[in-house]
Design a protein around this ligand. Structure first.
Ligand SMILES: Cc1cc2nc3c(=O)[nH]c(=O)nc-3n(C[C@H](O)[C@H](O)[C@H](O)COP(=O)(O)O)c2cc1C
Length: 368
């Protein structure tokens, strides 16, 4: 029988399915609900020290629907948690007390200040977090304070801040969460590794405009007649997420990866693991489909493993990576295939003319 149990950076997950930081992890009640439903881990909603101003707007979500009206994409302009950090310390304790066997990962974001990062990290660990995710990636929140993606787009800062946090982590795992709003996601990932991170989480949301209301001509979500670019997520971002996870896995095998982006079902999660993810997060998935989606994630992944004879996740993690190459190499591979085919055809007189006669001639020419 295959097993979904997996140990990542010393953390024992009953299964690799983790709630991504956001509304499905925004207080103790909802995190406990996620664990009760069967999720192996939860990344809490991002928090910061209590004097960080967080003022959310309403509405703050928008949906992209296919012509058949299915939800395919989602956009938010939500900030990090608006609750005082002291509340989060209570939540972490409560959740860990209720589910000691599950993996609770705190998510923190701060301004570029060593004391603040180290305080929020130490207090999160003291309150019971098993690991921490460093939010270097929120695309719309607090750029004026150099937080989130504004920090994640600067590899030097990613390295420095990751080092500050690892200094107080006492060996407990640190995952730096990457922004996709950058040309080369391996640059900040490499910086995180240099700063001592055990892993990276990728990807956060993609800066986007979800649509325009054709009656009012206003971009959405519309707040008092205006809007701002927001973070795009859900099924439509999966292809971009898979590419970025693969890029990190191929160039930085020393890092573990928590794959995020567009996970709606077992197939999506398996694809993330095939390109190198050790755990797989979903945030918009549970928001639109409910926590119960984890049942299909578990059943579908086990069925896939049985079908292929895989016993553990290690047996297929990254299995698709060797098949990525350059376009130039694809052209070379095809030319080689054509040459071999012509050579085979040219060996028998009866086969002549089945391919291009010029190729068949070339295949039998010694000085071609
Ligand atoms: C409404 C909403 C709020 C989010 N808030 C946070 C957050 O506070 N911190 C964070 O690191 N990521 C946050 N995210 C990003 C998700 O954790 C995740 O990286 C992203 O949505 C892509 O995954 P998905 O397609 O499974 O949603 C948020 C996403 C959504 C949709």
């Amino acid at each position: 029988m295959p097993t979904l149990e997996t140990t990542v950076n010393g953390l024992k997950f009953p299964n690799p399915f983790v709630i991504g930081s956001g509304p499905p992890s925004t207080n103790a009640t909802i995190m406990n609900k996620a664990f009760a439903a069967g999720w192996g881990g939860v990344v809490a909603k991002t928090t910061a020290l209590s004097d960080t101003p967080v003022v959310n707007v309403q509405p703050r979500y928008g949906k992209l629907r296919s012509p058949k009206k299915d939800n395919v994409g989602f956009q938010n302009i939500e900030l990090i948690s608006d609750l005082p950090f002291e509340d989060w310390e209570d939540y972490f304790k409560k959740v860990k007390d209720t589910h000691p066997d599950r993996i609770l990962i705190g998510s923190i974001m701060e301004s570029f200040d060593k004391g603040r990062w180290q305080e929020v990290a130490s207090r999160s660990f003291d309150a019971g977090c098993d690991a921490l995710e460093l939010n270097f990636s929120c695309p719309h929140g607090h750029p004026e304070r150099g937080m989130g993606a504004a920090m994640g787009q600067d590899p030097e800062r990613v390295e420095t801040v990751t080092r500050w946090v690892t200094e107080v982590a006492n060996g407990r795992p640190i995952w730096s969460k990457m922004t996709p709003n950058i040309t080369d996601i391996t640059a900040p990932s490499r910086a995180a590794l240099a700063g001592g991170a055990d892993g990276v989480s990728a990807i956060n949301t993609i800066l986007a405009c979800i649509g325009i209301n054709l009656k009012t001509l206003k971009p959405q979500p519309t707040v008092e007649g205006h809007s701002t670019y927001g973070g795009y997520s859900y099924y439509a971002v999966k292809p971009i997420a898979l590419r970025m996870v693969a890029e990190i896995a191929r160039s930085l095998p020393e890092l573990t990866i928590s794959g995020i982006g567009g996970v709606t079902c077992a197939k999506d999660a398996i694809e993330h693991m095939l390109v190198g993810a050790h755990t797989v997060q979903s945030c918009t998935g549970p928001m639109l489909q409910g926590f119960g989606m984890v049942e299909e994630l578990i059943e579908g992944t086990l069925a896939f493993m049985e079908q292929h004879g895989f016993e553990t996740l290690d047996d297929f993690r990254g299995a698709s990576l060797p098949f990525f190459t350059t376009h130039h190499h694809l052209v070379e591979l095809q030319a080689e295939k054509k040459r071999l085919r012509a050579e085979k055809l040219a060996q028998k007189d009866t086969e002549w003319g089945k391919g291009d006669v010029r190729d068949e001639t070339a295949a039998l020419t010694s000085n071609e």
